[in-house]
Design a protein around this ligand. Structure first.
Ligand code: UDP
Ligand code: MG
Length: 310
């Protein structure tokens, strides 16, 4: 029996690229000995994205669409796409064609060798200087912070098998750092280098602020290092404080009987106070996340589904 490949594709204000995406992927997929479906999740776009996909879906049952009520973020959109995909293999790609569809056959070839996951790695990066620099810092510091072993230069395009997808869906945490979850699921993965193109049309949705937020989220979701750091610095400062205290007492009683000055006292109070607030802040960030997790709210709300019947 022919295997089914699901293309899981989050879309958010992508009206300029959808048709091109559909035609380029069709050209590639029709040549393969495999059945396929598209699982689009619209993450609350207010342009013509939903209209265009729905129109195509009328004449093509391979096109499935989940429409979110409003924007929930890319991680939620990817999750919903995976949850609605029926494939034996699932290929996650963006519709902007930065990772080109001509690479799909290579992904299939690799996954059929029995890996759970095959990630694309960008051989060359067709991106702005700032974006490239940011990615380097982001992934580098992330791996350091979290102890995760996420490969350098990963692309969006990646393929995984059914059991991997099922495992992924068991992760129902509210704070979702997708790459971290992926790497947590299985160690049986490999990377392949793929070519890159410019974004076909439209604009990136990730401005600097959003990217910083992502980096921050990832670190707090996958690492307790900030907490441990707080403890370590606290210990060091306490030890220094004790030493200073003894030295001062010793000086005062045995060497010189100096007057204690207020500037030094104010300085140490302010420093101590500042540090306490800083660490309280770190703890609060974790508490906030715990709060979000224990509420167990759904990760997204769906307005409607097209060509998907359960
Ligand atoms: N995306 C989404 N929700 C968002 C932002 C982005 O589903 O809130 C989707 C977007 O449609 C695209 C993918 O996430 O398919 C990656 O976005 P983009 O190409 O803008 O990011 P970049 O490739 O520049 O990092
Ligand atoms: Mg992109």
């Amino acid at each position: 029996m022919r295997k089914l490949l699901s293309l899981v594709v989050p879309v958010y204000y992508e009206q300029e690229v959808i048709l091109q995406f559909l035609s380029e992927t069709k050209t590639v997929l029709d040549q393969l000995d495999i059945d396929y479906e598209y699982v689009f999740v619209d993450d609350g776009s207010k342009d013509k994205t939903v209209e265009i996909i729905s129109e195509q879906a009328k004449s093509n049952p391979k096109i499935k669409l989940v429409v979110f009520s409003y924007n929930h973020g890319k991680a939620a959109a990817v999750t919903a796409a995976i949850a609605n995909a029926k494939g034996d293999y699932l290929l996650y790609m963006d519709p902007d064609l930065q990772d080109p569809p001509i690479e799909i056959p290579r992904f299939l070839e690799e996954i059929e060798k029995g890996y759970d996951l095959v990630w694309g790695i960008r051989s060359e990066k067709k991106d702005t200087f700032l974006n490239t620099l940011f990615s380097k810092i982001f992934w580098g510091s992330l791996n350091k912070f979290t102890g995760l072993d996420i490969p350098k230069g990963i692309a969006v395009m990646r393929i995984f098998n059914r059991s991997f997808a099922d495992e992924f869906l068991k992760y129902n945490e509210a704070n979702r750092f997708i790459e971290g979850i992926f790497i947590n699921i299985s160690k049986n993965w490999k990377t392949i280098e793929i070519s890159q193109r410019e974004r076909f049309a439209g604009k990136t949705k990730f401005n600097f602020r959003k990217k910083m937020q992502l980096a921050f989220d990832a670190i707090f979701d996958f690492s307790e290092l900030p907490l441990k750091m707080a403890v370590r610095i606290g210990v060091v400062i306490s030890i220094l404080g004790f030493i200073a205290l003894f030295v001062l007492l010793f000086l005062k009683f045995f060497i010189i009987d100096f007057e204690s000055g207020w500037p030094s006292i104010i300085a140490s109070i302010i420093t101590g106070f500042g540090l306490q607030l800083f660490f309280l802040g770190i703890v609060s960030l974790y508490v906030g996340r715990i709060y979000k997790e224990v509420k167990r709210r759904p990760n997204y709300s769906i307005r409607n589904k097209i060509n998907i019947n359960e």
